[in-house]
Write a protein that binds this ligand. Structure first.
Ligand code: HAM
Length: 419
């Protein structure tokens, strides 16, 4: 049996890779417009980092971590980046030199979930974190930035949903309130939700089971559990979203499944994506830096799922933009001419010309067919006659014209033709 990529992982092959590069390039450009800088952290982290930050009752910690044991050390493939970014922020003492830190990241995340459309075991985040401020303007800026990236990527028809969880005290009150509402109706919910009501009641609100969703939709949670200060913060976030021109909906049932969130949470949903409809999500997490051993620092961030973003863009694995044209294709007729072509390729590439050659020993006709297939702008043809004269035939593939050029000035002439 031939090997296959592991279940829930995906090879990204050309020409789809070109599309990834375009989206990543656009994201990088937009992050820099908002004064963010890129960070790259390892894909493995100590297991304890996620136990501490995501909550030991979160779905990720309970079921989805890929564990790696090496001697007495325990690592995991990172299931998300926020905790790792904060670990790096504290480890390198960034708070000593920077008031507000704005970092972004692109890269693979790993969760041992049951694969389905839009849900993979290795997927990719385009994300960012702002550390060092409690300002509600930054919550709004994070949402604005996520929307900016999506729109520039050509995605429309999504909905921004926001909510406030309140501070740590408010969240405790919300937990009690939800239990009061849900436990009397426990039998009406699926088995998973019945367990969640005891372990992590917030997760009941995300259940995809139709019956559970109906019961959840009928709940009236209100904002009674949120303190005045957190309510004021939320009002300011909404006002700033208005100033940024972002349309949004408030959903009191949006709670997010990771323990670290406080105050603002948000999700960006696309109705075309089916069950896995979140294009991205994020929120504020004002206690995480201190919980991981750093100073008291407010923070907010988000992550977009690259694969879901491409799904929403309506791109399937095939039929995406084709590879760009090649500058120059060399055809050597005979061993000696092919040897000379290697030298020519070397000079062309060093001069910044994208070049390839026919390594086979086929005819001129088959060489020209290959050049056409690669959309070469010019072809360099060398045979025994040309070798003896110290020249090459240069064919302009777009105009159909050809000329004889001395090998000494070939690179310059090719550069002149391709521009
Ligand atoms: P998250 O909601 O777990 O948040 O993931 C963010 C996005 O990643 C989701 O909205 C979805 O688009 C994508 N995603 C998640 N799991 C999968 C999967 N199994 N397959 C494909 N795509 C997936 C976080 O990870 C937080 N760290 C976001 C954040 C940053 N909050 C504050 N800062």
């Amino acid at each position: 049996m031939p090997f296959k990529s592991p279940r829930g992982t995906k090879d990204v092959l050309p020409p789809e890779t070109s599309l990834w590069q375009v989206v990543e390039g656009q994201a990088r450009r937009i992050f820099s417009l908002y004064a963010f800088q890129e960070v790259r952290t390892p894909v493995i982290e100590e297991t304890g980092l996620f136990l501490r930050s995501l909550g030991d009752l979160s779905d990720i910690v309970q079921k989805q971590m890929f564990q790696i044991k090496k001697d007495t050390d325990a690592f995991v493939l990172r299931p998300e980046a926020t905790a790792a970014i904060i670990r790096a922020y504290i480890e390198h003492g960034i708070y000593h030199s920077s008031q507000i830190t704005k970092w972004f990241y692109l890269g693979p995340m790993f969760r041992a979930e049951r694969p389905q459309k839009g849900r993979l075991r290795q997927f990719h985040h385009i994300g960012c974190e702002v550390i060092g401020s409690y300002s509600p303007c930054l919550d709004a800026e994070a949402v604005r930035l996520a929307v900016h990236i999506l729109k520039d990527t050509g995605i429309d028809g999504f909905e921004v949903v926001v909510n406030t969880l309140g501070c740590a005290h408010d969240k405790k009150r919300l937990t009690i309130h939800l239990k009061e509402l849900l436990l009397p109706k426990k039998q009406l919910f699926c088995e998973d939700c019945q367990a969640r009501m005891e372990r992590n009641v917030f997760r009941v609100l995300d259940c995809k089971n139709t019956q559970c969703r109906e019961h959840v939709a009928a709940l009236s949670i209100g904002t009674g559990h949120v303190c005045q200060e957190c309510l004021r913060h939320f009002e300011a976030v909404k006002a700033s979203l208005g100033r940024f021109g972002v349309s949004f909906k408030v959903d009191p049932l949006l709670v997010r499944g990771l323990d670290y969130y406080t105050r603002t949470v948000f999700e960006i949903k696309h109705p075309g994506l089916g069950a896995q409809d979140a294009l991205g999500a994020g929120g504020r997490y004002d206690n995480l830096v201190a919980e991981l051993g750093g100073p008291e620092k407010g923070a907010v961030g988000f992550a977009l799922g690259m694969e879901r973003l491409l799904l929403a863009k309506g791109v399937t694995d095939t039929g995406v933009s084709c590879a760009g044209p090649l500058d120059c294709y060399a055809i050597g007729l005979g061993d000696a001419a092919r040897g000379k072509c290697l030298e020519l390729l070397n000079s062309l590439r060093l001069a910044g010309v994208a070049a390839d050659m026919d390594y086979g020993d086929g005819s001129l006709k088959s060489g020209l067919r290959k050049a056409d297939g690669m959309k070469a702008k010019v072809c360099v043809i060398v045979g025994d006659n040309e070798l003896a004269k110290g020249v090459a035939v240069l064919k302009d593939m777009r105009k159909g014209t050809q000329e004889e050029v001395s090998l000494d000035c070939l690179t310059d002439r090719v550069k002149g033709l391709i521009c």
